[in-house]
Write a protein that binds this ligand. Sequence first.
Ligand code: ATP
Ligand code: FE2
Length: 323
Amino acid sequence: MFVLGLEGTAHTFGAGVVDGEGKVISNVRDMYRPPSGGIHPREAANHHAAVLHTVVGESLEKAGIAARDLGLVAFSQGPGLGPCLRSTATAARALSLWLDIPLIGVNHCVAHLEIGKIVGATDPILLYASGANTQVIAKAKGRYRVFGETQDIGVGNMLDKFGRMLGMPFPAGPKIEKMALKSDEYIPLPYSVKGMDVAFSGVLTAALSKKGKVPLGSLCHSLQETVFAMLTEVTERAMAHTEKKEVLLGGGVAMNRRLQQMVRTMAEERDGDFFVPEGGLLVDNGAMIAFTGLEMYKGGITTPIKQSQVNQNYRTDDVEVKW
Ligand code: ATP
Ligand code: FE2
């Protein structure tokens, strides 16, 4: 059996195919890049509708299969931007009806977690650090529970905002990572951890106030050191409280080598295991949706068309993990 997964919660439209064993055989994506400023939901949705056909076609072609070979179609049901979610869900429903195959609505955040199984994580603490989300999650009593999260914006959005004010194109995270390598100088910035939660607006304002007054490399380095230390601290506390021995990174910001290094060091110092999937599975992508859809399907779950409406505020702990 082959499963097609469609991802379209925000800036990226992706289509991935996994086989009946959950092995990823194709994973194609196309990212909407606004000409200037932030993402306008309607424009991102128009982008998804425009590239949908090609991205799905390419994904099937790379997998070496035809649409008729699909046995299941999974899609990102939420959380995300309403218009983007609706474009993606409409495509998934159409495929399900046309091919007469079951449909499965997948929680996007849960998919970022589940894909960690591919690299061998079995019961991890997940540090989910993406554009819109920053959460420390672990499975307890049949659900993925959020142990700590950002009180304001996601760490990726904070980096993107910082970069935008400095004239970097979206997404700014990778550019900031490169700039940060140019300096070892640490410029003190506000460190904001409250219990298990973090906040980024203070550090963003402080960093922006230093724009032009200190070398850009030092500022990028200091911003990364500060916010990644905050993330590592709450992740470590979650490991200590739950006595779990694995840590898994997820979300686009997890592409960052410095963040990987900090969390890896922390895990190793606690005799824990560190896992991070390859980059194409970290950012928003269709394969993680297909993979999770297959897991859910094997656990007896499908989504009737009537219940396939999108959920912009779909929370990680709304999902009962029955698979
Ligand atoms: P969500 O999963 O919350 O819906 P999203 O869809 O915006 O958010 P992803 O595609 O998982 O998120 O990640 C995109 C984010 O990752 C952007 O904010 C981008 O700047 C950031 N990012 C990508 N590469 C790096 C990097 N090397 N260092 C830091 N941040 C990075
Ligand atoms: Fe994401």
